[in-house]
Write a new protein. Structure first.
Length: 633
């Protein structure tokens, strides 16, 4: 059940007062206004009006009426959607655009397409009423019985990206997604009245051989449909120049569209993407096309263009886009083929450093990616990004990429990127540690506006989620950011915990310990304390991995073993069942030898071995013996 957190944060309260100060006593209270919608309002406009009423009633304690524009009223009106008052000439028809404008005795909120009016309503609630949707269960609704209708407003917003998606628990919640501009539909499906999602039909990635032209169906009789690798046909990728393969994939895409195409959606996407391996076809035709283009993207883009043309020739699919990857061996842009306008190229940053910004000229790991980004930006009308915000190998460990989140999304916007998928800890329900939900909130806000006040958004989240002690955790995050990289060291997708923080001297580590203790001391309730303890797991994980503080080697052996046991117990207590992305990274339940004596990375089922059973029993005995000896001291 969703929990609404009603907080009268002083900063937000003063902000709300400031909004009304300019008009003083002449300004209309929200509780004296009505919400106005059209007689024949669309389902999205009606939904937007209902959500506006809900939150304004919560803020003011009132019961604001929703009336249609056919009903005469002398009350001040908050006009939502395409009413008789909202004669707005939208110069930009981008879905999601909106205006918020004050007029005599009225406030106009109106938008474009399926998402515009809803975006405008939530923007009004955030910017002029002080609401925030930090997590699916942490919603800030300030109390303000004297909230007034703002005057002198004239705001126009055009979305920075047509597609925005991230993937932790909160981002799958419709209310969080709508409030924070998440339009992607991989992990959620917004209803028609909520504006709908930008859906990937039939899967969002690695669809070739996994969904289309499957080897289980075709390989035995037609091995020539599949990649020629080192002189043999393998069912791991397709031969993209084979005419029969093109027709099979076309027919299978058409069958999918016959079932799932929605002509009323703003965009729907069909993913035509390589399987997740490097075994591209080396047959004579594929090789020649790749060599002519200087990249294996030559065959991929040519193939996807052909599928898109054949499908569109077979039906009315003007709102369908065809997505493919620039990923690993296809990352470099081709020289002699151009993606069609309805072809999306999703450039993946998997090889990059996530501690230096992508445009850092001193980071050699990112220079090649920036070259590829620039090339695709010039070549492709619809460039998307698959970016990464996690350590997929040790996901409980701290991943100090906070310092690049904003600049990297700015870089994408400045290179004409149209959509972003920020991969986070998508399995966070099994691995809810570190600051995963905070990163989800921050990247969602950055996709709404890459140039916002990043530090203010982070601090606002921390104060709402962790309570007053959030200020200490903000300082902790700043310290982590300072120590994330050096000129010669980098932060990558699987950087191990022993190499992901640098120059962390003893006094710095002690200060960080103090910050966590201060945060816990200032927690106002058990819920805030639980949130702090959960996020602290990432810091304890790092210390355990590096033998610092309570995990240091040179102390009584029992104290070190006890600290490791307590960390393990807390992981279990807090529901951590997985330490990393892979299935064999599940937290082991009985590997005492690894738990007490080996690196924390081995606390996973990957390292469960039968020969350890006697050592596990011995390790438990050693721990109990050490405990007795220590207690006798």
């Amino acid at each position: 059940m969703k929990k609404i957190v009603c907080l009268l944060l002083s900063a937000l309260f003063l902000f709300c007062l400031a909004v009304s100060a300019s008009a003083a006593e002449t300004q209309t209270k929200i509780t004296d206004a009505v919400i106005l919608i059209a007689e024949d309002a669309s389902v999205t406009d009606s939904y937007a009006a209902q959500r506006l009423k809900y939150y304004l009633d919560e803020i003011t304690g009132g019961d604001i009426a929703i009336v249609t524009d056919q009903k005469k009223t002398d009350a001040c009106a908050v006009s939502v959607g395409a009413t008789a008052l909202a004669e707005v000439d939208f110069k930009n028809e981008t879905d999601g655009s909106y205006v918020i404008r004050s007029e005599e005795n009225a406030l106009i909120i109106n938008g474009v397409g399926n998402h515009g009016t809803i975006n405008g309503v939530y923007a009004f609630l955030e910017k002029y009423c002080g609401c925030r949707w930090y997590e699916d269960e942490v919603i800030v609704i300030p109390e303000n019985k004297d909230l007034t209708v703002p005057v002198d407003l004239d705001v126009t917003y055009i979305p920075f990206f047509e597609y925005a998606e991230t993937d932790t628990k909160s981002s799958r919640d419709p209310e969080f997604a709508i409030a924070n501009g998440q339009t992607g539909g991989i992990y959620k499906n917004l209803t028609a009245e909520q504006g709908g999602s930008v859906e990937y039909l039939g899967g969002s990635s690695h669809t070739l051989v996994n969904r289309y032209c499957k080897p289980s169906v075709y390989f035995e009789e037609h091995p020539e449909y599949f990649a020629l690798v080192d002189g043999e046909r393998r069912g791991t990728q397709l031969c993209l120049t084979n005419e029969a393969v093109k027709q099979i994939v076309t027919d299978e895409v058409l069958a999918l569209l016959a079932e799932q195409h929605d002509p009323t959606a703003s965009i729907q996407i069909v993913s035509v993407t390589q399987a997740d391996n490097g075994e591209y076809c080396q047959c004579e035709n594929c090789k020649a096309l790749d060599e002519a283009n200087g990249s294996q993207a030559g065959t991929m883009i040519t193939f996807v263009n052909e599928i898109a043309r054949r499908v569109c020739a077979a039906g009315d699919y003007g709102n369908i886009a065809f997505d493919t990857f620039a990923y690993q061996y296809t990352r470099e842009a081709p020289t002699d083929v151009v993606p069609d306008n309805n072809v999306i190229v999703r450039l993946c940053s998997i090889e990059c450093c996530f501690g230096h910004t992508l445009d850092d000229p001193k980071c050699k790991e990112n220079i090649a990616f920036m070259e590829d980004l620039a090339a695709w930006s010039k070549l492709c009308k619809r460039l998307y990004i698959w970016n990464y915000s996690l350590n997929c190998d040790e996901s409980v460990n701290i991943h100090p990429n906070f310092g690049v989140l904003q600049r990297n999304i700015q870089i994408f916007h400045e290179h004409n990127v149209k959509g972003i998928y920020e991969q986070g800890v998508f399995y966070i329900a099994e691995c809810d540690a570190e600051f995963g939900e905070m990163k989800t909130y921050l990247v969602a806000k950055l996709m709404q506006d890459p140039y916002l006040d990043f530090d203010a958004e982070m601090l606002g989240y921390m104060l709402a989620v962790y309570g007053p002690g959030g200020k200490y955790l903000k300082e902790f995050v700043d310290i982590m950011t300072e120590h994330a990289v050096t000129r010669f060291s980098h932060l990558q997708l699987e950087t191990p915990s022993r190499r992901n923080l640098h120059k962390m001297k003893k006094d710095i580590i002690a200060h960080c310990d103090e910050l966590w203790e201060n945060a816990k001391t200032e927690a106002e309730n058990e819920e805030q304390l639980a949130q702090i303890r959960r996020s602290e797991l990432c810091w304890r994980y790092w210390k355990c991995s590096n033998g610092k503080s309570e995990f240091k080697l040179f102390q009584h052996p029992y104290l070190r073993l006890k600290a490791r046991q307590e960390l393990y117990d807390d992981l279990i207590k807090m529901g951590i069942t997985r330490m990393g992305e892979r299935k064999n990274h599940e937290l082991s339940t009985d590997n005492a030898f690894n738990r007490f004596f080996r690196h924390i990375y081995t606390w996973i089922t990957l390292y469960d071995e039968d020969f350890l059973t006697p050592l596990n029993r011995l390790s438990e005995s050693v721990y109990r013996f050490m405990e007795k000896m220590y207690n006798k001291m």
